[in-house]
Design a protein. Structure first.
Length: 160
């Protein structure tokens, strides 16, 4: 009767050897497995480890690492640290908002991109900088960033 998703969640819970400190590790593993924290899985976790759903939601919302909605195939992080901000990060964010037709912390309808504003990527010498997945792009202008986004779209169309 368990769906594959339910079984995966049950496996994670059992592997964590339920104890007082197991909630965060369980949530971390659930997010790795599902890409976010699905409501149905959180309810299952609540029942299995006997922690009220309100406490689980409180914990999950406290930590910025947890998501309640799926993310896109490509996560685009725009640095808005001091150096990047001064060098034009706002122009990059505006260009991405227009090109992708989404706001910060949203995902495109096709599931290809999630846009995030971050405080610092740690590459101030490359300001303004953007990270797409694990690749950093620096000294960007909106036009160059739009071309980079186009290459990610093309790679997806080509099946990569």
């Amino acid at each position: 009767m368990n769906s594959p998703d339910t079984q995966k969640a049950l496996d994670i819970i059992e592997e964590e050897n339920i104890h007082a400190g197991s909630l965060v590790p369980i949530l971390q593993r659930v997010q790795v497995e599902f890409g976010h924290l699905p409501k149905e899985v959180l309810l299952l976790v609540s029942r299995r480890i006997r922690v009220p759903i309100a406490e689980i939601l409180s914990t999950a919302t406290f930590y910025a690492q947890f998501r309640f909605t799926p993310v896109g195939r490509n996560i685009v992080r725009v640095c808005h640290g001091t150096a990047c901000y001064i060098a034009g990060a706002s122009r990059l964010s505006d260009a991405l908002t227009k090109k992708l037709a989404i706001q910060d912390n949203e995902t495109t309808e096709d599931g290809l991109f999630t846009l995030e504003r971050v405080a610092c990527l740690g590459c101030c010498s490359l300001a303004p900088a953007v990270m797409i997945n694990e690749q950093v792009y620096g000294r960007l202008a909106p036009e160059k960033l739009n071309r980079i986004i186009d290459t990610y779209k093309a790679e997806t169309v080509d099946g990569q």
